[in-house]
Design a protein around this ligand. Structure first.
Ligand code: MSK
Length: 669
């Protein structure tokens, strides 16, 4: 029988609808990653897990045992050197993935500015703000002209050889000085990835601390460079997310519709499919095939992108991609890049479903390839949809779970948080800072990253509920966000059900959930800006390392999550993972878990148990509160009805109503 999880209470993590589906004969035939994990029947290699397997040159592979002279690498490399090189290469690979995605988005942005795509420049306010950062004149200029100059300058940052990346100047001043002093300011995005690969080649950098200086620079090129460019320019092109109600559940597939799931990462493809699916010729074709229309649903981070901006439902996260297909109700799964399991093409072998690859970088056996051309986006999108519509009549036995369609409120860009808490006319992080200072909110935690199959546990939910119970506001991205949405933590009502009294009071006043969906994995850059805004607002220290804030990517799967973790640490935010591939090298491991603090004011931590992990984060937040002198109980003001009415009058009308436009409202300070 197909498994969705390795433990008895698997509905805890994947949701009741997945269990419902797995009980159907149809789905029982499907083999999932859990089955394959079991089939493998072997535990992970200790050298690989500890980071001390070196296969960088052909004298090996060498398995190093730390402290054993006869178990050095053939070249003499120590465990610390090998683990540092491996870790740094993970950062480089993660940065490269974000960067190649970002470059495509910037190229799409330029094509849009030239009028060569069906998209348009939507967020002119953000366009002007970004243009100002790049020193671009905006007065009396057409938005497309400004966008073209911005796009070209952004594109130049990838190949830049000298100087520093433009967005570094958005960071708190103290942070910028730390980077300058350490010599880790990224010069150009591609250069940092290339240098990282070179320095970890055989016989180059043999000092783990020096290797990790470049590790930090490479990761910063991701967070404050490519990822941030991608998020900001995508927002300008497709609109900055605002709160909306939506669904995160397998049950979002529709019986009488052509179901098309979009899986991967780059929203250019997904947005084009959204536009094409609304066109009358496509709808007419769907009706001719006997369907009522076309139902788009997301998977993984493409899902998060269209969920945040359009409120289009997410059918499943990374861990559920095979389950989405096991319904037998999907006419086509359209994939682009990253996090697509090769197994998806095998799952549908006996079904009517097509796996459609769309990017020349990412092809797969047993799939159909339709190249997505950004300059001919609408025709590419229509060709893909036609293929899906053509499959509708061939749909055989299928099962769409009917229960537990979890409602979520999503769309919390850092601008939205600003407006929500501070109000339309005085949008600021002041109320958030004040609520942290007065203790209603203890601090802020980020739960980001993937899901995987190693830990048979309800990790994200356990961590998040423990944090919000202790009045820590949670911001989530990527598949972690989908997992938390599936468990009902992104409903405003979740505040009363799970949050501590202080956080619940703030959430109820504003009408927001205690866990905010901030976007896809690329959108972790929004968190950097949110943290910076908190610093700039005042009262919580001079840089990110002084904030009562902490991050985790507990179930990290992808190399991108390590790059993200490192750019947070190098930006001053403490980060806790459940495991790191560095435990086989004592000095290097200690450097990550402690020594980095001296350099950046933050370091990595490892804690396997989710509840202990949450308490590790709470302790880190409490220590910051202590250092800021705000960890004392504040006198609580009891509000009478009149005060409440006044607050509610300022609260965000329509949060979660799916309304377009700028959110407005406010929270009493
Ligand atoms: S998709 S990188 S599994 S978050 Fe961004 Fe999800 Fe992690 Fe892929």
């Amino acid at each position: 029988m197909a498994k969705a999880h390795g433990c008895d209470n698997c509905n805890e993590i994947t949701g009741a609808s997945t269990i419902d589906l797995l009980n159907q004969d149809l789905a029982k035939k499907v083999r999932t990653a859990y089955d394959r994990l079991e089939d493998r029947g072997m535990s992970a290699c200790l050298f690989g897990s500890g980071g001390t397997c070196c296969k960088i040159c052909n004298m090996g592979p060498c398995q190093i045992i730390d402290g054993v002279d006869t178990m050095l690498g053939v070249c003499g490399a120590t465990a610390d050197t090998v683990a540092a090189r491996n870790f740094a290469r993970i950062i480089a690979a993660g940065t490269a993935a974000h960067t190649d995605h970002a470059r495509e988005m910037v190229r799409g942005f330029i094509a849009t500015a030239k009028g060569e795509t069906p998209h348009e420049i939507k967020d002119v306010d953000k366009l002007h703000k970004m243009a100002a950062l790049f020193g671009i004149e905006t007065e009396d200029r057409d938005k497309n002209e400004i966008a073209l100059e911005l796009g070209e300058k952004a594109l130049a940052e990838f190949g830049q050889q000298d100087g520093t990346l433009t967005f570094l100047k958005r960071a708190p001043k103290k942070q910028q000085q730390i980077w300058k002093k350490l010599g880790v300011e990224p010069r150009g995005v591609d250069r940092e990835v290339v240098e990282m690969m070179h320095r970890t080649h055989m016989g180059v950098d043999q000092d783990y601390k020096n290797i990790m200086l470049q590790g930090a620079r490479c990761a910063l090129a991701d967070g404050w460079g490519s990822s941030m460019l991608s998020t900001e320019l995508t927002d300008i092109m497709f609109g900055t997310p605002v709160p909306k109600r939506a669904i995160v559940d397998l049950g979002c597939l529709r019986e009488d519709y052509v179901n098309v799931t979009v899986h991967g990462h780059e929203p250019l493809l997904a947005e084009s499919l959204c536009l094409a699916a609304e066109q009358e010729d496509m709808l007419e074709l769907a009706r001719k095939a006997g369907a009522k229309g076309i139902n788009l649903a997301g998977v993984c981070c493409t899902g998060n992108e269209i969920l945040m901006r359009r409120g289009i439902p997410v059918a499943g996260s990374f861990i559920q991609q095979e389950m989405v297909l096991a319904t037998g109700a999907v006419e086509a799964m359209v994939v682009d890049v990253q996090c697509v399991m090769q197994s998806v093409a095998q799952v549908v072998k006996e079904m009517h479903t097509d796996i459609i690859t769309t990017n020349y970088r990412a092809k797969m056996p047993d799939s159909v390839h339709i190249q997505f051309e950004e300059h001919d986006a609408m025709n590419s999108a229509k060709e893909i949809l036609k293929k899906a519509i053509g499959n509708y009549k061939k749909r055989g036995p299928h099962y769409i779970p009917k229960d537990k369609k979890f409602d979520v409120v999503v769309g919390f860009s850092h601008e939205t948080i600003n407006y929500m808490l501070g109000g339309r006319f005085r949008g600021s992080y002041r109320p958030l800072n004040d609520n942290i200072i007065n203790g209603r909110i203890k601090g802020v935690a980020a739960i980001v990253g993937c899901e995987h199959f190693k830990y048979a546990d309800d990790v994200h939910f356990k961590i998040a509920t423990e944090l919000i119970k202790n009045n820590v506001l949670v911001l989530a991205t990527g598949c972690a966000a989908s997992a938390l949405g599936r468990r009902g933590l992104m409903r405003p009502e979740a505040a009363a059900e799970y949050a501590g009294p202080g956080l619940a009071e703030v959430c109820e006043t504003v009408g927001m959930p205690p866990v905010l969906h901030v976007g896809s994995c690329v959108d972790n850059s929004r968190l950097l800006i949110a943290l910076t805004e908190m610093v700039n607002e005042g009262g919580l220290g001079e840089d990110i390392s002084e904030l009562p804030a902490c991050g985790t990517a507990p179930l990290y799967m992808s190399e991108k999550a390590v790059a993200i973790g490192q750019y947070f640490v190098s930006s001053g935010a403490h980060v806790v993972f459940q495991n790191l591939p560095t435990s086989g090298a004592k000095k290097f491991n200690k450097f990550l878990l402690d020594g980095m603090k001296e350099l950046y004011g933050a370091c990595w931590a490892v804690e396997e148990d989710p509840i202990k992990l949450a308490h590790h984060m709470i302790k880190a937040i409490d220590e910051k509160r202590e250092a800021l002198g705000i960890n004392k109980a504040q006198e609580r003001i009891l509000m009478d009805m009149q005060m409440r009415r006044e607050l509610e009058g300022k609260a965000l009308p329509g949060v979660g109503c799916g309304g377009e436009g700028e959110p407005h409202g406010g929270l009493a300070e």
